[in-house]
Write a protein that binds this ligand. Structure first.
Ligand SMILES: [Zn+2]
Ligand SMILES: [Zn+2]
Length: 245
C-alpha cells in the first residue's frame, strides 16, 4: 500500500498547505481519502489523473475534507470525460450531503445526467466494507456532529494497515484505530491550546504510549502547531509526502 499526502493542511490553508486529501494505492486500485475545497488544485499540481481513482472516501462533511467533491464531479463530467464508474463513500448521509453541496456550489448540477455511474456507499463503525480492494473499518471520532458522523478509518491491504484520524479531539477510539497500524496519520491542530473538537500536541503526547502504531505522523497543523519546529518523536506530514507501507 502506498499513501501520497496530497494535502496536509488545516481548514484555512495555514502554512500554504492544501486541504486534507490522501491518495491510497493498493494494487491496481486507487482511492482518494478526503477531497477538500482546494484538493482539485492540489491534484492538478501533483499531476494526478482523476480517472485512475475508483473511489472517494470521506471522513466527515466539513469543507476542508468534503468541499472538493463538486469540482471533482464536474471536472470528471466536462474535462476528463470520465466513463469509469465512481464510488463515493463516507459516513451515514453521504449521498444527501453530496447532492446538497453540489447544488449549493453549482446550482442545477445535481440534476446532471452523469456520463459515468456513481455509487454511494455508507460506511459505519459497525459495518466494515471493502472499497477499491481495501478493507475499510470506521471508528467514531470526536469532532463536530453537525458535520458528521465524523469518522477515522483503518485501511488494510496486503497485510499492511494505514490509519487516519480525520479531524478529532482526543477520544479513546483513537486507541483501536491506531493499534498495530504500520502508520497512523493523526490530526494535531494546536500545540498547547486545548480545544473541544481538535487535538493539541500536549494531549497527544500525554496519550502517546496508547497509540500502538509503528509510525505516528502529524497532519492538519494550524498556525500555533506550525510555529513549533523543534524535533518531536513523531513525524510531521507535508504536501507530497509518500508513505510506502
Ligand atoms: Zn479539517
Ligand atoms: Zn472538520
Amino acid at each position: 500500500m502506498k499513501v501520497t499526502v496530497i494535502g496536509s493542511g488545516d481548514a484555512f490553508g495555514s502554512g500554504g498547505r492544501f486541504n486534507a486529501c490522501l491518495r491510497v494505492e493498493a494494487g491496481a486500485e486507487h482511492l482518494l481519502l478526503d477531497c477538500g475545497a482546494t484538493s482539485l488544485v492540489a491534484l492538478n499540481r501533483a499531476g494526478i489523473d482523476r480517472n485512475g481513482l475508483s473511489t472517494l472516501l470521506f471522513t466527515h462533511f466539513h469543507g476542508d475534507h468534503f468541499g472538493g467533491l463538486p469540482a471533482f464531479l464536474l471536472e470528471a463530467q466536462f474535462v476528463s470525460r470520465r466513463s469509469r464508474p465512481l464510488t463515493i463513500a463516507g459516513p451515514k448521509g453521504v449521498e444527501q450531503r453530496a447532492r446538497q453541496m453540489l447544488e449549493a456550489d453549482f446550482p442545477g448540477a445535481s440534476g446532471n445526467a452523469w456520463r459515468f455511474p456513481i455509487t454511494y456507499v455508507e460506511i459505519t463503525p459497525d459495518a466494515p466494507a471493502t472499497l477499491a480492494g481495501i478493507a475499510v473499518e470506521a471508528f467514531p471520532m470526536r469532532h463536530d456532529e453537525r458535520a458528521g458522523p465524523c469518522q477515522g478509518y483503518r485501511l488494510a491491504h496486503g497485510g499492511k494497515v494505514f490509519a487516519f484520524s480525520g479531524d478529532s479531539a482526543w477520544t479513546d477510539a483513537l486507541v483501536p484505530l491506531a493499534a498495530g497500524a504500520d502508520a497512523l496519520l493523526i490530526e494535531c491542530y494546536t500545540w498547547d491550546r486545548v480545544l473541544a473538537n481538535h487535538l493539541d500536541y500536549g494531549t497527544l503526547a500525554a496519550h502517546r504510549a496508547e497509540l500502538g502504531a509503528r509510525r505516528v505522523i502529524l497532519t492538519h497543523m494550524g498556525p500555533q502547531m506550525l510555529g513549533h519546529q523543534e524535533p518531536l518523536p513523531e513525524e510531521r506530514a507535508h504536501d507530497g509526502m509518500v508513505l510506502s507501507l
